[in-house]
Design a protein around this ligand. Sequence first.
Ligand code: ATP
Length: 357
Amino acid sequence: MTHLTLQAVTRRFGAAHAVDNVDLSVPDGKLVCFLGPSGCGKTTLLRMIAGLETPTSGSIHFAGRDITRLPANQRDFGMVFQSLALFPHMTVAQNVAYPLKLRKTAKGEQTRRVAELLELIQLPHMANRPVTQLSGGQRQRVAIARAIASQPKLLLLDEPLSALDAKLREAMQVEIRLLQQRLGITTIMVTHDQREAMTMADEIVVMEKGRIAQVGKPLDIYRDPVSEFVADFIGLGNILPVTYDGAGSVSLPGGRRITVVQPARVPDLASDIRLLIRPEDVCVKPATDVAAPNRLAGTVTFIRDVGASLEATIDCAGFTLTAATTPRETPGLALGMPVLAELPPHACKLIAARAAH
Ligand code: ATP
């Protein structure tokens, strides 16, 4: 069992809690993303798992053993950080072989393993090239090969793709994910990019101010966020202040009432609540369609047309909605056009409002 568990892990810097009372269990063989805005404690949490930072309190267990105070070099974890720290004076093969050399692996075994790793990252033809002569994406792959050379039980990645341009970054996301799945290596990755987390993770840990805001599968978090903070951070969403009128009905800004599915999550309906509806759930209908509950009259004020998909901003007098649609679904959609925006009750989620600062 190589399971990683964190219990009440806290790290203070002076009076500030960088990480505050975090409990977490990372399943074997999965890729888990720590996701959150700058300063929420993602890196500090990862560094404590790595052994580069010591918790102020709490404990970290790995494979049934308390590793809270075990030095980093005794943990046998692979790491890739934003600044890759490849050795610039070495070739690709020498970089990848470095951890094996440190462990005094037999020469023949080193050669065999390096060849295998270079095959894995699809750079076998570049073994003897200095790393300074590689592209950003190639360097990234070498850094990962080096991190997994000694077959670590846990791979820790801190924003490993942030230096790459958008296109390469997306390609590398898929590449790392496929590699991770092929090797079955438990991996924790820090990112502040929600799309990256959605693409790569089995589980996302959303962090807010040193605490865990929500843990779950990407789509579960997207579909059912526990708070306005999580809803806002994961994906695009229409988030509207509403008042609950009882019996599955809410009043929108401006006074229109719509029905929603009875909320399961909102603990206190008398408190500040928000209605969340994702753009793809807003159905845009011609204004001439029959009026019906949950169909709101509005005017198209902006259209972002990216070919296969359309994003329309609809002014509903009192609030605006973003609707994701396609030219096929809404032919002839144009600026200034009156429309009906339908909010299906099952797609309307009520969530607790973000606490006032
Ligand atoms: P980013 O995405 O910007 O890297 P993060 O979510 O990884 O942010 P951390 O780097 O973990 O956040 O920092 C969390 C908080 O702890 C921040 O407020 C930061 O200023 C503080 N902090 C981190 N390291 C130290 C340190 N060595 N000394 C003092 N404060 C620190």
